[in-house]
Write a protein that binds this ligand. Structure first.
Ligand code: FMN
Length: 357
């Protein structure tokens, strides 16, 4: 099962399963000399952990990150940094009744067809639990971005068809859905509680903004910054669409409307979402992700069993009503990992240029 690593110079590999011993990440390529302590993971891990709202899975994990290697006397050494997070509250029993059935909308069917097995206990590698490793790795990526003045903010702009209409980004962290519109938040929360009562689930849209990214990140042609960001975001379960800047809206604009005029002071508008020709243009990077509703629902559905026979499935395990807000720190982490990698690649290019003049 390949495909567990991401990035070129700042390279992250994740390992572990939802109901195994734990989940971990190995970060290869982190420069030496960065201060790193166990406590620094606490805030981001808490943001991903269930429990901000009654719509999150009741699974309780402390998500304490153990630094296993790559740090000496509080500083990164340049060697691979390995991080481990124990699974403590995996309850496999509730999945026994559906162990031979494929959950509609989940990865069971495709994993079984490809590998001849699937982890009915909570999805193994294709569980959202895997994303805990990405969030931990993102904390290290941020150590490279912060001194460069690069700041990432992710928040909810739509949930269950309810859109945020005002954007007080500073206030977004104050409600459990990270919604910048406090009125829309109340309606979203109501919609979630209704969906929960109906044993159904909801999707939405998350926006991520990057401020302070200098010009020049991105490697044409296959590793364009927008291409790598799209891959990073799409690699998270439930994400079904990614837009940069104007995104799909650009298809309906004229060139004269979509182009961002250039002035000596900078771009007049930002339809490009901060990236031109696959390279950051110095403007704010704007990314949106479409999140599908959680596949595990309590409503009875049609499916088949391992032998291809028709069956009915009613899922009774623990699950979220929506991937939002828990996906927010995960998407933030994926953007951090992409930018940290491209930042190191950018520095190599710039150093090469400086040497040749
Ligand atoms: C933060 C987060 C939480 C999730 N929680 C659940 C859950 O409780 N139950 C579930 O069935 N799927 C959950 N998922 C979704 C599945 O992981 C995902 O839908 C599944 O792997 C299939 O992948 P796909 O949706 O990309 O096709 C969650 C995803 C994320 C990102």
């Amino acid at each position: 099962m390949a495909g567990n690593s991401f990035g070129q110079l700042f390279r992250v590999t994740t390992f572990g399963e939802s109901h195994g011993k734990g989940i971990g990440a190995v970060i290869d390529g982190c420069p030496p000399g960065l201060a790193l302590a166990q406590e620094e993971f606490v805030r981001e891990m808490a943001r991903r952990r269930p429990g901000r709202g009654s719509f999150d899975t009741p699974r309780k994990e402390t998500d304490e990150v153990e630094i296993m290697s790559g740090v000496f006397e509080g500083l990164t050494t340049g060697a691979p940094i390995s991080l481990f997070i124990h699974n403590q509250d995996a309850d496999s029993e509730s999945y026994e009744v559906i162990k031979n059935l494929f959950r509609p909308g989940h990865g069971d069917y495709t994993y079984f067809k490809k590998y001849g097995h699937f982890d009915y206990r909570g999805a193994g590698r294709y569980s959202a639990r895997e994303t805990v490793a990405r969030v931990a790795a993102g904390v290290i990526a941020e150590k490279l971005l912060e001194p460069a003045g690069i700041k990432i903010k992710a928040y909810t702009i739509e949930l269950g068809g309810i859109r945020a209409e005002s954007f007080d980004l500073e206030a977004a962290d104050e409600n459990p859905l990270y919604c910048p519109d406090s009125k829309a938040f109340e309606r979203m929360e109501q919609a979630l509680l209704e969906a929960k009562n109906q044993q159904d689930s909801l999707g939405g849209i998350v926006e991520v903004r990057v401020k302070g990214c200098s010009q020049g990140l991105g490697e044409p042609v296959f590793d364009k910054l927008d291409a790598d960001l799209a891959k990073a975001i799409m690699s998270v379960g439930t994400v079904k669409g990614v837009e940069i800047g104007e995104g799909f809206g650009a298809a309906r604009l004229k060139g004269s409307e979509n182009n961002d005029s250039i002035t000596p002071e900078g771009f007049r508008t930002n339809h490009a979402g901060g990236i031109l020709g696959g390279i950051s243009n110095g403007d704010e990077i704007i990314i949106r992700a479409a999140i599908k509703p959680i596949p595990s629902i309590g409503i009875e559905q049609d499916t088949i069993n391992r032998h291809g026979r028709p069956a009915r499935i009613k899922i009774t395990g623990r699950f979220d009503v929506t991937a939002i807000p828990r996906i927010i720190p995960v998407l933030g982490a994926m953007v951090k990992l992409t930018l940290a990698d491209h930042y190191l690649r950018y520095k190599v290019t710039r150093e090469g240029l400086e040497d040749s003049f």
